[in-house]
Design a protein around this ligand. Sequence first.
Ligand code: SIN
Length: 334
Amino acid sequence: MSAGKPRSDPSSIRCAMRSLTASIQRHIAWIATGGTIAGAGTGTVYAAGTYDAETLLARLGLVPPLPLRPSEPYRIDSKDATPAHWRQLRDALQMALAAPDCAGAVISHGTDTLEETAAVLALTLPAPVPVVLTGAMHPADDPHADGPANLVAAFDLIARNALPAGVWLAFAGRVFAALGVRKVHTTALAAFADPTLDGEKAKILSAMAPPLLPFPDPWPEVALLPCTAWDDPNTLSAARARGAAAAVLLAPGNGSLPDVWHKAIRDAVHAGLCVVRASRCGWGAVTPHPLDEALGTVPAGKLSAAQARVAAAIVIAATNDPSRRRTLWQHVLS
Ligand code: SIN
């Protein structure tokens, strides 16, 4: 008879347990995309997106609370981001989040178009764990670099299970839900805010996840148009002629539409253009108005013009049905 070890041998069980524990060890997926946080130089003279994730970690001397699995779908100054980058980032995240032991993902990102990326991910990324964006206002080489503290905060939020699943921004000691956040300062360290909510409230509200919609393919054209009485209302029909499926109007105050624009807006909506009223104010929501009924516009709600533009593209691509679009828009804003 064979003298092979019985299956219940304690040492083989211990060994199996050890390899099981190792195989389910939690880790953080770190998706690096460039930005000032990975910038070389000091002060305002620097090159964003210089250091790759490994180099950045070594230079900053950070000890992460969980093992990191870095990847870098691209490394850019985020002013150059396009829908093609957003697709690459979403693909990289989906791959990273599919690992069974992934506790969450941190995305290091340039601050300039971070709000667009946050909106894209909040509306299209299935995120069973927290996904935390962060960045920096000073480059990595700067003696006042804020990237290390922001990165550590993002890693810690995931390691401590401090956030529900979904898309977040951790910046300058604060945490924001992705939809509604905006960059409100050109140079201050606390460059982000959610003008309609505050931290704790945002956490609670984020439990009401936005609807998950398909990533548009192709990405529809959405025009962003200044809309004061000085501006030419014909820019709306011109945008439509160029192939725009929607327009976000950067209007004064509470998305207040000048009288001289009303006819052009009504005609454009009638011709199939989706028209969103956003505000050029940095603070506050754009609330519904009877003109929405009369002209066919939709208010941007808590979304900045930048986020409204992204959301409009995603909603338009999701359905051709105008009433379904309105319902989706309400969900996005809720
Ligand atoms: C960028 O957006 O990539 C550069 C600016 C920044 O990260 O603050």
